[in-house]
Ligand binder design. Sequence first.
Ligand code: CA
Length: 212
Amino acid sequence: MTRVLVVEDEPAIADLIAMNLRHAGYEVTLAASAEQAQAAVDGVLPDLVLLDWMLPGESGLQLARRWRADARTRGLSIIMLTARSDEADKIAGLDAGADDYLTKPFSTKELLARIRAVLRRKAPEALEDVVEVAGLRLDPSTRRVARGDGGQARAHGVPAAALPDDPPGACAQPRPVARPRLGRPCLHRGAHGRRARQAPARGAGAGAVRPP
Ligand code: CA
C-alpha cells in the first residue's frame, strides 16, 4: 500500500485530507509539525509527503530543503500545500525541492490526481494499478504475475523488461538446426533459417540449401 505522510498543523484540514486519502486506498500518517514529520520519516520513508508550508517552528519550505540535502531523504516525493499563491512563493516551493505545488483551497479530486501524477513520475512501480498485457496480469502491490484466466503464471523472478533483446544474428530457434552434410548450424533468423529447415529437394544434393 502506498504510504503518504501528511504534514499539516490545522487538525480539520489534516483529518479531511487523511480521510479522503484512506478512502482512496492510501496508508496515511499525520504529522502536525516539522519535528513530528522528521520523526516519522526517520522511522519509515513514505512514498509521498503532502507538506504544508506554514508550520509552527521550522517551515515546510525549510524541511523540504533539508530533506533534499540528505542522501536518505533526497528521493522523497513532495507536494507542497499552502495558502500562498504568489508566483514567487510557488517558485520558492519548487526550488526548495517540491515535486508539485497545490494552493489551498483545493479539491480532493485535484489532490488525488496530483498525487498519482507525482508517483507516476517518480516510481511507476509504486502505483497499485494492475497491468494486463497479452493475457497476463501484473499486480505491483503483490509483485505477482497471473494468467488472465486466473491461473498462476510461471515466475522466474526476472522482470520481463530486464530480459535482454536477442543478440544480433541470434537464431530464431531455441537450438541450432544441425545440418550434418552442410556442417553448419542455423545462425540467422529469417529466410536462411526457414530454408535450413526444409528438406533438400529430390536430387538437388547438399548444395541446394547451402547458406550463401
Ligand atoms: Ca499551516
